[in-house]
Design a protein around this ligand. Structure first.
Ligand SMILES: C[S@@+](CC[C@H](N)C(=O)[O-])C[C@H]1O[C@@H](n2cnc3c(N)ncnc32)[C@H](O)[C@@H]1O
Length: 275
């Protein structure tokens, strides 16, 4: 009953529950199955070098863009493949407009970069004659997101750098992944370290919790099945299977420090063969 109520509240953007006790506790819990060598406390030091990539150089040459340095290697790793053609990108969170200019410079010059923000003053960062657009509204308003997607989408890349509250990340992903992201596209949520900061946790499960569940959903085809059902030319081999939309369209999930990445691709039945 509580789960159903929470689902409804999340759907309508009304969820404002108290953070679960887990998130007031800064000590991470780890399984006893980890060998002691892997959980032993070791020191890490301050970063000595800045990222060595083109995007970081673009970032460094401009102002009014707010990014963590270690994101640049991650952006490069997942976004590089989109650079050889005009793409459409949606960034949630405009702030002072610097990141929209940065993306415009990084991607193909004919690309369209769309930023959304709840703050009216961000409208000033639109550069319509360069295909940089800003729309004002909330990332927790599915109707607004559907309008933006209808006007500019579907997108090749969606980057959530908005309010960083857990219910915001959850609602935006829920509203955008299916209709607003292209097959072959990439959905990235940054600053998910906020999921470990009590003042940002305003949903019964965090976005990171849901992302971990999506790791299981990636393996949904194998649940209650046997290997021969996936074997090439075996009499038991399945011809088709019914899966959740998410499972059927997730190519992969990657967890990095503060960033979760979802690559979208329509899947077909997995198949194995011993040659
Ligand atoms: C971290 S800043 C964005 C930084 C920008 N992307 C950059 O890299 O420079 C977060 C932005 O999210 C916006 N924001 C907060 N809540 C929002 C919401 N519910 N919907 C849309 N934007 C929101 C804030 O107004 C703020 O401008």
């Amino acid at each position: 009953m509580r789960k159903l109520l929470n689902k409804l509240l999340i759907k309508f953007g009304l969820l404002l529950t108290k953070a679960p006790a887990l998130f007031s506790d800064k000590t991470l819990e780890t399984s006893d199955l980890f060998p002691a060598e892997l959980t032993e406390r070791v020191k890490i030091g301050a970063a000595i070098e800045t990222p060595d990539n083109e995007l970081f150089r673009i970032f460094s040459a401009d102002t009014n863009v707010w990014k963590w340095h270690h994101y640049f290697d991650i952006y490069t790793r997942y976004f590089e493949r989109f650079r050889d053609r005009p793409i459409t990108m949606l960034e949630i969170g405009v702030f002072r407009g610097g990141s929209l200019r940065m993306w415009k410079q990084y991607f193909h010059p004919d690309s369209t970069i769309v930023g959304i923000d709840i703050d009216q003053s961000c409208q000033a960062y639109e550069i319509a004659n360069e295909n940089v657009f800003v729309r004002i509204g909330s990332q927790t308003d599915p109707a607004f997101l559907a309008n933006v997607s209808g006007e500019f989408g579907p997108f090749d890349i969606i980057l959530d750098d908005g309010g960083h509250k857990t219910h915001q990340q959850i609602i935006s992903f829920g509203a955008l992944f299916r209709e607003a992201l292209k097959d072959g596209g990439c959905y990235m949520v940054e600053d998910v370290h906020t999921n470990y900061w009590i003042k940002h946790v305003d949903s019964p499960e965090t976005f990171v919790d849901l992302s971990k569940q999506m790791v299981d959903m990636l393996h949904e085809p194998y649940c209650n099945r046997k290997e021969t059902e996936f074997r090439h030319e075996h009499p038991d081999a399945l011809k088709e299977m019914e899966l959740s939309y998410l499972s059927a369209n997730l190519d992969g999930i990657a967890f990095h420090d503060s960033i979760v990445v979802f690559d979208k691709k329509r899947r077909s039945l997995p198949k194995n063969e011993l040659r």
